[in-house]
Design a binder for this molecule. Structure first.
Ligand code: AMP
Length: 113
């Protein structure tokens, strides 16, 4: 999709600190990390939220979830990590291309959930 920063990263048009890529997804370090380790896992198909996802895109999200333990292991997150998927305005979603935050590398401390 035009003017989507994550589509441009997935297409290699904008550089990223990539930690994993295959035909379905790309994972790269967040530019403004909120934890010692903060990586975004991004399906290569463009859709903003789970509510907009079609069946094929749901398969991509499933593939992302299946791959995340291996990505996390590669990041040294043996002690655990937190996943966050912001959905829409009230969640503070700023990039309207679905992505899964992996946060860890430290005790995550006080938490909402
Ligand atoms: P969200 O607020 O859930 O939409 O998360 C968007 C995330 O994308 C934020 O944590 C940003 O820091 C991150 N971000 C935005 N642009 C880039 C970029 N070019 N490379 C890496 N991370 C980015």
């Amino acid at each position: 999709m035009e003017n989507c920063i994550f589509c441009k990263i997935a297409a290699g048009e904008i550089p990223s600190a990539k930690v994993y890529e295959d035909e379905d997804m790309i994972a790269f370090r967040d530019i403004a990390p909120q934890a010692k380790v903060h990586v975004l896992v991004v399906p290569k198909s463009h859709f903003a939220t789970l509510a907009e996802m079609d069946a094929a895109q749901a398969e991509l999200v499933k593939k992302c979830l299946v791959k995340i333990p291996a990505i996390a292991e590669g990041l040294g997150l043996a002690n655990g990590y937190r996943l966050i998927v912001n959905q829409g305005r009230d969640a503070g979603q700023t990039v309207h291309h679905l992505h899964i935050h992996i946060l860890g590398g430290q005790d995550m401390g006080e938490k909402m959930l």
